[in-house]
Design a protein around this ligand. Structure first.
Ligand code: MG
Length: 486
């Protein structure tokens, strides 16, 4: 950090000397609790503490919500996005500030990707229903679309089930959206099955739509359209399958992914074969009711980006640094590096990422910037060209723009600012531990061996979910929703 030019300018503009401490994610995971317990935190902390960390240790943190008169750039951020302000407000207090990066990152993190080259070669259309998808997958399996004379195609490559939640990034349970139930798979209680329909909170594991998804996944596996071991295949195996032969022959037809980079480097012969497609409709669901994952704001915004020690020796200086971090000038530089070297200013609100910076992005190390770890606000009026990750991601997300309009983002999903009070978070977590210890092995059996179509087995599963207090968690979230979404 101390060698980045923009970081040196920051110290100069703030009139302070900054001593940077850097710590890897892994090391921080081991150090954080000890740092909190000792109350030893740095004056200004970037990408280190969550609102919940602060709520548990309020004496260690400056209550930044009381300092907003000294943070006009943060005030502007909160005026622009009151929904994001709510993500850092706990019990009326703000200790930790959020971040928002370039607007092209506002979109669902998990996109349904398909091998367009295979579709074209076989003369097939983009599937718009599960039935059409199944037929496409069968053609992928039997008609050697990668042309190597071997039946080596993996028509659909689902990411393995997690042990402590029902959905997450890239999990096949995102197919819930095909039924009209919105997931927000990036984070939050949707990962535990919590959903909202017209203001009423439920758990989708208790719905007939979930049963449909489970039965569909079983059907695809029983027809050999997914790897037989997908439920437990580790990430290395999953990613290796997506990568095909690593040169020119793809082996996967369909998978959930960030964008085409799920299959290889941008521009590579394999990655170039893939496009995103809208969620296909489950049987009986009209296209107008099919939805797409509502995680959009969570991909662009994060709520744990900047905190300040309550013991900072010079509070005004620390606040000055924080305010500068959230200025346009330093937000853009945190994300894209030093203006004039890594990113060029082309107009009052337009910037161009340089080839040199792009090369470093591709190498994936030693970026002279914080990238998505920024503590800043790259507002909607700012345009950036040359960020190929943003460009590919935004292109992949375009397929869902229509389906985002098929639901209310406050009445039909849990907005990302809704939080359980601290006093209820342990109850929620403890119930989930027992609930998913029971439920995931059952779901894994249903999708590998079948049985969800059997009423007696399904009803037993449902009655056990209740025994494991699934409805207690729904009640907690209904109360939080009713109090916070108005
Ligand atoms: Mg083949």
């Amino acid at each position: 950090m101390s060698k980045m030019k923009w970081a040196q300018q920051l110290a100069k503009d703030a009139g302070v000397h900054i001593q940077w401490h850097e710590v890897s994610d892994q090391a921080w995971g081991q150090q954080k609790n000890a740092a909190l317990a000792a109350g030893e935190i740095d004056d200004v902390d970037i990408d280190t503490f969550s609102p919940s960390d602060a709520a548990h240790n309020p004496e260690a943190f400056e209550e930044l919500g009381k300092d907003l008169n000294k943070l006009p750039n943060v005030q502007k951020f909160f005026r622009d996005r009151p929904d994001i302000k709510k993500t850092v407000t706990l019990g009326g207090k703000i200790y930790v500030l959020p971040s928002g990066r370039f607007k092209k990152f506002e979109g669902a993190g998990s996109h349904l990707m398909i091998n367009k080259q295979w579709l074209d070669k076989l003369g097939l259309k983009v599937p718009t229903t599960w039935d059409e998808l199944e037929n496409v997958l069968k053609a992928f399996k039997t008609r050697d679309p990668n042309g190597n004379g071997k039946a080596d195609e993996i028509p659909f490559n689902p990411k393995k089930l997690e042990t402590d939640r029902i959905t997450d990034w890239y999990l096949p349970t995102i197919l819930m959206n095909s039924t009209g139930i919105v997931t927000t798979s990036n984070s939050g209680p949707s990962q535990n099955g919590i959903y909202v329909k017209n203001g009423k909170v439920g758990n989708f594991m208790q719905t007939p739509q979930f049963r449909q998804v489970i039965e569909f996944l079983y059907k695809l596996r029983s027809e050999g359209l997914t790897p037989q071991d997908w439920v437990t295949a580790d990430d290395d195996k999953y990613n290796a399958r997506n990568g095909g032969d690593g040169k020119s022959a793809a082996t996967v037809g369909v998978a959930f992914g960030w964008d085409d980079s799920a299959f290889g480097a941008y521009g590579s012969k394999i990655a170039n074969q893939y496009i995103s497609i809208p969620m296909p409709a489950a049987p009986g669901v009209p296209q107008s009711k099919v939805v797409a994952d509502g995680s959009g704001p969570m991909t662009r915004f994060e709520n744990f980006k900047c905190a300040m020690s309550s013991h900072a020796a010079n509070k005004d200086a620390a606040l000055k640094v924080i305010n500068l971090l959230y200025s346009k000038k330093y937000s853009i530089q945190q994300e894209y590096g030093t203006i004039g070297t890594d990113v060029l200013q082309k107009g009052p609100n337009s910037y161009e990422v340089t080839p040199g910076f792009r090369k470093k992005m591709a190498e994936g190390s030693n970026l002279p910037a914080l990238s998505d770890r920024l503590a800043g606000w790259v507002s909607d009026d700012i345009n950036v060209t040359g960020d190929y990750v943003a460009d590919h991601f935004a292109k992949a997300d375009e397929a869902y723009h229509e389906q985002y309009k098929h639901y209310s983002h406050t009445k039909d999903m849990m907005p990302n600012y809704v939080q359980l009070p601290e006093s209820e978070q342990n109850d929620f977590a403890n119930t989930n531990t027992a609930l998913f210890n029971y439920a995931i092995p059952v779901v894994a059996r249903f999708v590998t061996k079948g049985g969800a179509d059997n009423d007696a087995k399904w009803n037993e599963f449902q009655s056990n979910l209740k025994k494991y207090k699934i409805e207690d968690n729904t009640k907690l979230w209904q109360k939080a929703y009713d109090q916070q979404v108005k």
